[in-house]
Design a binder for this molecule. Structure first.
Ligand SMILES: CC(C)(COP(=O)(O)OP(=O)(O)OC[C@H]1O[C@@H](n2cnc3c(N)ncnc32)[C@H](O)[C@@H]1OP(=O)(O)O)[C@@H](O)C(=O)NCCC(=O)NCCS
Length: 327
């Protein structure tokens, strides 16, 4: 059996090998996988968030890492939850390496007082992935489904012009890695709303209040591995923010990750969601012409967002399943 141990995140050699294995194992089944960069792994493990504790495990055979696992524990909220991920190189599969790593994750989650394990599993559009079969065999159930969509860049300007008018009475404001001080409070409040409104199926997670401190801590940490582009819509009369969209640009890759898009409840129905996304696509074309593709994930039941993305030209490449199990 492999030897399972915790990785010393200060050890450059082991952390690099961990990352290589993660990339190879995940990429083997998922040609469209978005694997975090090494720089991002360094930042998340060596300069951890005050709100999230991460442990990395490795399975070694003959001195070589053949499988990796990760346990993520929130520190202040959702103290019943643990995020779990397991990855095994194709040549080491179906011999119990994944199960052994998972068993150690369960032991640690229990020690941390956690009662629910949550993991993400990717599925091809047809058939079942090894990850789905593995998670099902270990007693996980699907609690939420998202489409993984991609959009090739640049988007033809004619398509953006056709979709991109901002409703009367609003304008779009954008920024990069730091929200301006005069709007950061309203921006934080929109993140809190996002946590409440974004569909999350039966995932056993309680929404968290996003304070200005959390926004600032996130910005400071993110900038080590990613640039951000944020666009907000602002009502012109009173300056109230009606919605935002946020994308991440990893420093050492040529893709874009489209993260949150939210229109606040009082401002819905004016096509502001489309206007926000179009504004960001224009910024990407003008300021980041080297970016080739955008990835995004949308709840299958989220009709408004699905419609916006289809109109922009996004196409589905996989499903992402949230799978959950009681410890
Ligand atoms: C999912 C993954 C970690 C499984 O690793 P593994 O070492 O092959 O898993 P194990 O050998 O411990 O399998 C445990 C059980 O899961 C089930 N299972 C795993 N892979 C399977 C497959 N391809 N087909 C059917 N059942 C499978 C079986 O029931 C197996 O027990 P058995 O071999 O006694 O029948 C591996 O396929 C992988 O790295 N995939 C890519 C990364 C990924 O997507 N991870 C997401 C999970 S967070």
């Amino acid at each position: 059996m492999p030897e399972i141990s915790e990785l010393d995140v200060e050890d450059d050699h082991d952390l690099q090998e961990f990352h290589d294995v993660e990339r190879a194992a995940y990429g083997a089944d998922h040609p469209h996988a978005v694997v975090r960069s090494y720089q991002s792994l360094v930042q998340r493990t060596r300069r951890p968030s005050p709100y999230y504790r991460l442990s990395l495990l490795m399975a070694r055979e003959a001195g070589r890492i053949v499988g990796t696992a990760e346990l993520g524990l929130t520190v202040e909220d959702n103290l019943h939850l643990a995020d779990a991920a397991v990855r095994v190189l194709p040549e080491a599969r179906r011999r119990g390496v994944g199960a052994a790593l998972h068993e150690e994750l369960v032991r640690r989650a229990r020690d941390g007082g956690r009662t629910t394990l949550l993991g993400e599993v990717n599925q091809p559009l047809e058939g079942a992935s090894p990850a789905f079969r593995f998670a099902t065999a270990l007693g996980y159930d699907v609690v939420h489904e998202q489409d993984h969509h991609v959009l090739d860049l640049p988007v033809p300007a004619a398509r953006l012009d056709q979709l991109g008018t901002v409703a009367e009475g609003y304008d779009v404001v954008s920024w990069g890695n730091r929200a301006p001080d005069d709007v950061v409070g309203a921006y934080a409040a929109m993140h809190t709303q996002m946590g409440r409104d974004a569909p999350s199926g039966e995932v056993d997670h309680q929404p968290v209040e996003i304070t200005v401190d959390r926004v600032r801590a996130g910005e400071q940490r993110t900038v080590e591995a990613y640039d951000q582009v944020v666009a907000v819509v602002r009502r012109t009369g009173d300056g109230v923010l009606g919605g935002y969209t946020l994308v991440y640009l990893p420093h050492d890759a040529d893709h874009v990750v489209q993260d949150d898009t939210l229109v606040m409840p009082d401002h819905r129905g004016h096509r502001l969601g489309t206007a926000l996304k179009v504004a960001v696509l224009r910024i990407l074309a003008a300021d980041h012409p080297g970016r080739r593709i955008v990835h995004t994930w949308n709840a299958v039941e989220n009709d408004p967002m699905q419609r916006i993305n289809r109109a922009l030209g996004f196409r589905p490449v996989e499903r992402e399943l949230e799978m959950q199990r009681r410890v």
